[in-house]
Design a binder for this molecule. Structure first.
Ligand SMILES: Cc1cc2nc3c(=O)[nH]c(=O)nc-3n(C[C@H](O)[C@H](O)[C@H](O)COP(=O)(O)OP(=O)(O)OC[C@H]3O[C@@H](n4cnc5c(N)ncnc54)[C@H](O)[C@@H]3O)c2cc1C
Length: 385
């Protein structure tokens, strides 16, 4: 019977990063089981690829600082492109409470070592993106090391290196059972085989709740549809523009290819495994878009090129990382609530640290533990996109 020191369930960007960080730390007998015939068909392949350190909570800022430094060095260290483009994130404030929020975050970010974030005046914002309607803009904030990566390429880079270092990736391998004995986890089953192991990492993205149930654990991770709308080639806004976030509606956009990629968090969306694109969303998002960026009225949109994917939401919009209580050997790397691409390097590092050393020097992992919900230690991150 095959055996592994660690079995990772899910071969998206998170499972790939965990495999890389484990093998990099000398734990080579790692197996990644991916349900689909290829990697990246889950949320990773649907992502907008945004990376930012402009967060409100210290734990998110810390994970971003590690991850962005990692992306910056990725190509050379991994021998594979990450597609990291440091074009920045521009938060645009239209209310005094937005400014206050950005100011508080700025102070926290700087105190934690982020030296590329700056607060902007109205004139600064206009200079940066002159196409914005600015009559109600009060100011903003910009971080030049925020930007975008190519999620599929990052995932592939992690996995290629993990395989070089000893990991095995098995595709068409849906995990259908997680087995336990008196000592905790003892193996996993797919339709084709059983793999004996004492350590399992749940990296099943939006499906993490279903995987946790296989081990008898109730994991508070809910799938929530997010839709993205690309424009046809559009030159009115520079292709070097940052990710622009209109704080008054949550509408945001960034350059993508020859056009723009538009995003908006529809508050009417309800949880569920919905992965079809709703054509009615085009009008909803363009209404918000044109309101802030009037020239978008001239951009062409082909709904057939738009797509939908799943966020994996937790009650406090922070990931659940680390050991499962009561099930020795089961680890969670779940619930990224829209930040799983940007935090994939830190997640891989923290998860590998917890498995191999029982603690991580990157963050106090107790903050992200499963137990925080029962113990009333929820985190509050308000900068969720
Ligand atoms: C529209 C959209 C935009 C986004 N934008 C951003 C962004 O700008 N920045 C950012 O950081 N994040 C963004 N995200 C979130 C990000 O994409 C996810 O958080 C991240 O991809 C999660 O990676 P993952 O590896 O955990 O999940 P996934 O990529 O979903 O991988 C999970 C894998 O597990 C496999 N699996 C499931 N069940 C089983 C099983 N039983 N057995 C074996 N395999 C199984 C699945 O097939 C899948 O391949 C966005 C998401 C969406 C949908």
């Amino acid at each position: 019977m095959p055996s592994a020191d660690v079995v990772i369930i899910g071969g998206g960007i998170v499972g790939s990063s965990v495999a890389y960080h484990l093998t990099q730390a000398g734990c080579w007998n790692v197996v990644v089981l991916e349900r689909e015939s290829q990697q990246g068909t889950g949320s990773t392949g649907k992502s907008m690829g945004g990376v930012r350190a402009q967060f409100a909570t210290p734990v998110n800022i810390r994970m971003s600082l590690y991850s962005i430094a990692f992306f910056r060095a990725f190509d050379e260290a991994m021998g594979h492109p990450s597609g990291y483009r440091a074009q920045g994130y521009l938060f645009v404030a239209t209310h005094e409470r937005h400014l206050q929020y950005l100011r508080t975050n700025y102070e926290r970010q700087v105190s934690m070592g982020l030296n590329t974030v700056e607060r902007l005046s109205l004139d600064d914002v206009i200079r940066m993106v002159p196409q914005l309607r600015s009559d109600d803009i009060l100011g903003g904030s910009f971080c030049s090391t925020d930007g975008f990566v190519d999620p599929h390429s990052v995932m592939t880079g992690f996995m290629v290196r993990a395989i070089d270092q000893g990991a095995r990736l098995i595709r068409n391998a849906e995990v259908t059972a997680i087995e336990r004995d008196a000592g905790g986890i003892c193996g996993v089953r797919t339709a084709n085989e059983r793999i004996a192991t004492r350590t399992v990492v749940n990296a099943a993205g939006a499906w993490a709740g279903l995987v946790a149930k296989l081990a008898g654990v109730d994991l508070p991770v809910e799938p929530l549809r997010r839709m993205l709308v690309p424009t046809e080639p559009f030159d009115t806004i520079a292709h070097t523009a940052p990710m622009v976030v209109d704080m008054s509606t949550g509408f945001h956009f960034r350059p993508e290819g020859l056009g723009l990629l538009l995003a908006w968090n529809d508050p009417e969306e309800t949880p569920g495994f919905k992965t079809h694109f709703d054509p009615a969303f085009v009008e909803k998002i363009l209404t918000r878009g044109v309101d802030r960026v009037p020239c978008l009225g001239e951009a062409e949109v082909n709904p057939k090129r738009a797509w939908a994917g799943l966020y994996e939401m937790t009650p406090d919009h922070h990931p659940i990382l680390g050991p499962a209580p009561g099930v020795p050997g089961l680890y969670f790397a779940n619930g990224f609530s829209g930040h799983g691409v940007m935090h994939s390097p830190a997640t891989g590092k923290i998860t590998a640290d917890l498995i191999l050393k029982g603690a991580s020097d990157l963050v106090d992992a107790r903050l992200l533990s499963y137990e925080r919900f029962a113990e009333g230690r929820m985190l509050e991150e308000t900068a969720v996109l």
